[in-house]
Design a protein around this ligand. Structure first.
Ligand SMILES: [Zn+2]
Ligand SMILES: [Zn+2]
Ligand SMILES: [Zn+2]
Ligand SMILES: [Zn+2]
Length: 295
């Protein structure tokens, strides 16, 4: 027997609820899926809520964690895991809770790349449907995973119920409680279909619109002025606002602020998660006029 799961779904973020239990149920039925992993940033409350509300589906309680080295997903955890710790410490905490650690989008700039070879991961996300239209990220992830004794998973990394299942992991297990172990043992088949390119965002971004609503959860707001980030086609030299280091980068804020990776993670770490979350909610509320946390 097998379970068709989408193992990377964001149901809430930036103070918004993107899908509730009714929308999720409808979407899973329509798409013939057995379940999802809820992998929100910074907390697992909505994951626990959905698991209770949808007993007829497999709801894996997960969290996308921001480690000092990049993003990692924990699946099957019981308590929220702190962010901005080292990757080693994060993985230790995931395993202490009986969860499994997945190296997600390893070749996105927020992924861990080849460093996953030296860390005790359980699985690699070899297909991320949000990155599907930019083929190279998933091609490299598959190539990296080929030589490693890790499970392979796929997920959509979306906030939109319309796309659930476009990154699909078929887990070969007899019972829902065996799913994590089956992933760890590599008993999976992955398939996927890319999400459409966010054309509106791309066009606006390149027309130099000043302040854009981020098109992806990976686009955090500027840690200095709170405005949105701009992505350039070609790298440009920026000076880090904090340590003064000059380096070439593609992503900086629309007001020109730039922070190197170390300074940016240090800043994020220095702030309390909850406060950061509240700050982002406030900015979103002001900008989009829609922000609500509903359980
Ligand atoms: Zn991520
Ligand atoms: Zn994600
Ligand atoms: Zn800024
Ligand atoms: Zn710096």
């Amino acid at each position: 027997m097998s379970f068709k799961l989408d193992l990377h779904i964001h149901t809430q973020s930036f103070g918004r609820t993107f899908m509730n239990e009714y929308q999720l149920k409808e979407s899973l039925r329509r798409r013939g899926m057995d379940g999802i992993a809820v992998t929100n940033f910074f907390n697992i409350t909505h994951a626990l809520w959905l698991k209770e509300k949808l007993p007829e589906f497999v709801i894996v309680v997960g969290q996308e964690i921001w480690t000092a080295a990049g993003h990692v997903i924990a699946l099957g955890i019981k308590e929220k895991i702190g962010d901005f710790l080292s990757a080693e410490e994060t993985l230790r905490r995931i395993h202490d809770q009986g969860g499994i650690a997945v190296a997600v989008h390893p070749y996105l700039h927020l992924g861990l790349g080849g460093r996953i070879r030296r860390l005790p991961f359980d699985a690699v996300e070899v297909y991320n449907a949000s990155l599907g239209s930019v083929g190279i990220y998933n091609i490299l992830a598959r190539r990296l995973a080929r030589g490693l004794p890790l499970g392979h998973v796929a997920g959509t990394d979306t906030t939109d119920t319309a796309f659930i299942g476009q990154g699909c992991t078929e887990v070969l297990a007899d019972r829902p409680e065996d799913i994590l172990d089956a992933i760890r043992r590599g008993r999976t088949r992955v398939s996927g279909k890319p999400l459409p390119l966010p054309l509106k965002f791309i066009i606006k971004n390149f027309l130099k619109y000043r302040d854009l609503e981020p098109c992806s959860l990976h686009a955090t707001l500027c840690l200095i002025c709170g405005k949105s980030m701009r992505v350039r086609v070609f790298k440009k030299k920026f000076r880090c606002e904090e340590c003064g280091k000059i380096e070439a980068a593609r992503v900086a804020c629309c007001n020109g602020h730039y922070l190197c990776w170390d300074c940016a993670t240090r800043r994020l770490h220095a702030r309390d998660d909850t406060r950061r979350y509240e700050e982002e909610n406030k900015i979103f509320r002001e900008r989009c006029g829609r922000a609500h946390f509903q359980l």
